[in-house]
Design a binder for this molecule. Sequence first.
Ligand code: ATP
Length: 867
Amino acid sequence: MKVTEYYQASVQEVMKKLDVTQYGLTDYEVRGRQKKYGYNELKEGKQKNILQVFFEQFQDFLVLILIAAAIVSIFLGDMDSSIVILVVILLNAILGTVQHARAEKSLNSLKEMAAPVSKVKRNGEIIEIPSRNVIVGDLLILKAGDSISADGRVVESHSLQINESSLTGESLAVDKVANTIVETELALALGDRKNMVYSGSFVTNGRGAVAVTSIGMNTEIGKIAKLIDNAKEKKTPLQVNLDKFGKRLAIGIIFICIVIFALDIIRGRELIDSFMFAVSLAVAAIPEALSSIVTIVLAVGTQNMAKENAIIRKLPAVESLGSVSIICTDKTGTLTQNKMKVQEVYTGEQFFSSNELEPTNPHHKKLLDFAILCNDSTILRDKTIGDPTELALVKLGRELELNEQMIRGLHPRVGEIPFDSTRKLMSTVHRMGNRNVMITKGAVDELISRISRIDSSSSSIITSKQLEQINQANAAFSNAGLRVIAITYKEVFYSKISEKDEQGLTFVGLIAMMDPPRDESAQAVADCIGAGIKPVMITGDHKITAIAIAKQLGILKSPDEAIEGKEIEKLSDRELKNKVENFSVYARVSPEHKIRIVKAWQEKGHVVAMTGDGVNDAPALKQAEIGVAMGKTGTEVAKDASAMILTDDNFLTIVKSISNGRSIYANIKNAIKFLLSGNAGAIFVVLYATLFALPAPFLPIHLLFINLLTDSLPAIAIGLEPHNKKLMKEKPRNINESLLNKKFVSQVGFEGLIIAAVTIIAFQVGLSTGDTAVATTMAFATLCLSRLLHGFNCRSEESIFKIGIFSNLAVWIAFLLGFTILNFVLINGLFEVAELTNSQYLMIYGLSLVPLVIIQVRKLFFGSVKQ
Ligand code: ATP
């Protein structure tokens, strides 16, 4: 069937053509189709294979020069050292490849965790599957907030509205219907296909079902998305900065190497030797690993975060997490358990607790029936399906032996306006005998002005006193932290209702339910405040309910700190910005307010994390530095707009992620400090020898060997440093502050100088024996060992005695590995090292310990130097 035929055919014809029934495809059919159609994905950038990654390791210009010099040197007869140089370069490349592959693997598994899902009907049951497994002929089941993952023909629509802006640029949602459209040529040319939906768009309202007609690259977006083919992973801001810094540093180092090379030549050293030395120094001193260290630490860090229920979708978010100073969080389900339970009921005359309700009392029965009818939730074989607010009503019914499926069978639904958190209302129309009854349930403050009658014994016209009593009951429930739902109804003469019909309603009762705070929320709020982060509650719930819960959790002290959406509307953006810091609770807020609140905080210089779950939350999630979507209850659209997904919807997880973010940033900083200070040490020693016209303190192979052993492995080990709780006692990091600030650079310089000083002493002691080979061996061994030991210094700004000497085993492994290989080289006289006496060994060990001792003593007795 051609695409045009799908929207010109009837639902029955389409289903027949696609060979699918209302029960959806069977597993057997799916397997057959999967072979025929492949997977539903837009081709992504081709993954590099391992060989490509391996060859990329040689793409460094300096490494290539070095290889060339080594080869020339072999032809000139200097076989041994040149071959060793080539082997060391090869080992370095293998190490780089392994690290890259591991980082790639963990980042890919992260991507998979955050992959979109779709609901489809198969074998007669609605199931959730990864969107890439959707196949032609599948029945996609859609509701507000769902992303549409394939093109298809609408076969069922209940006020279904779709936002197609990603295809058409038009941000207004369009209505979608199931009936056959006899399109005019003009309407078609304008893309006006009211019974088709397209991959890449999303549902803003209503619900429906769609028979999938095309997937993957055959969808409309697939046809124009060929560009996505080459989509490259973007680097994080820190990586971009480090790349820039690395380039500048490289130029400086190359300059120094050229000067050293020139001086060597002037002093009559062999050209090829001087050249090899200068290039080796450049290779060893230029920290090529900076940006890849960031990737590896981020990859490991995000894996750990995923284990703690936070899936990072955008890597730069990890860096910003440490700077978050405001968390705007939803109440329901995030701070609370989202396990609603009905506590009390108000019937317009009397208050009842939930266990006092009597299904034999006609008024109670009406209230219960209506609460169950205007409701999409159900309990199927002990499995609860649907929204917790509605489930609470279904559960109440079940406790009183009212089965929702039976009641719904007796009064079938013939029309509806689905719940929408902006309207805070929901209406459904039911057949009751030969009448059509519209039931409207929702927030009391939205409904009160629409109520004109009351279901009571005395009169049916509601009095102002009765309205006042309803308001008072609502306030009393809210004060106790309960969520209140009002139930109303009206007779209508048709089934197709619109918002205009939600007027002139008859009041039946109020149902108040409790959603207790999560046990861990109060502590998480306290931790947040201790870490200089302000938690702010944003809720669709009533102000009084919100205040009650916020007070319990320590988010708010006085009711003045709460504001309602209505009041926000009266404020201009400027006024909101000026007042925003006075509020910790925003109640009766709609998604449109959320974006204004985020912006106001940002304008006050804050870095904002914002939670969201609904389709309309997407703009606010994008606006916040860290958009946090709910994994359990969140819509696909919210997830797609977020930087991070919480798989447990829990506020505590946000706080943990911030702590992780701070820790990852600190680890990256420490790893970089390790690399830079060690490299600075090597440069200082060579400069010293050149200035004082001494022989070269290292052979080229020594420099490369140090590069291999003391660069990336210990740096990565430092990057694995476990959480330091102290980080959550500090203020958030200023997002604009560069990692390479003055203090950091001076610390790198200072530590580099100490390493250089002990190496120079070792070198001079060696020279005093009159044997240059002994001197270079001692300098090489001291530099190598002191750098390895310096790894312990760089673990934290605190002394290792405070953070625990053995709390990071990776650093120990990197150290012991390096130490063993170094001794193996020394004892076996590899790499042209001279034979050393015992006292020379002792001297090397002793001197190498000096930087560790000095820096640890300083940290222990003079406190950590804050960067
Ligand atoms: P939070 O923002 O804290 O997570 P929420 O998103 O759950 O709260 P909404 O779901 O927007 O808030 O609910 C706002 C109000 O709408 C509630 O106080 C309640 O009165 C009403 N309400 C909630 N769910 C329903 C529903 N299914 N049907 C009718 N009214 C509802």
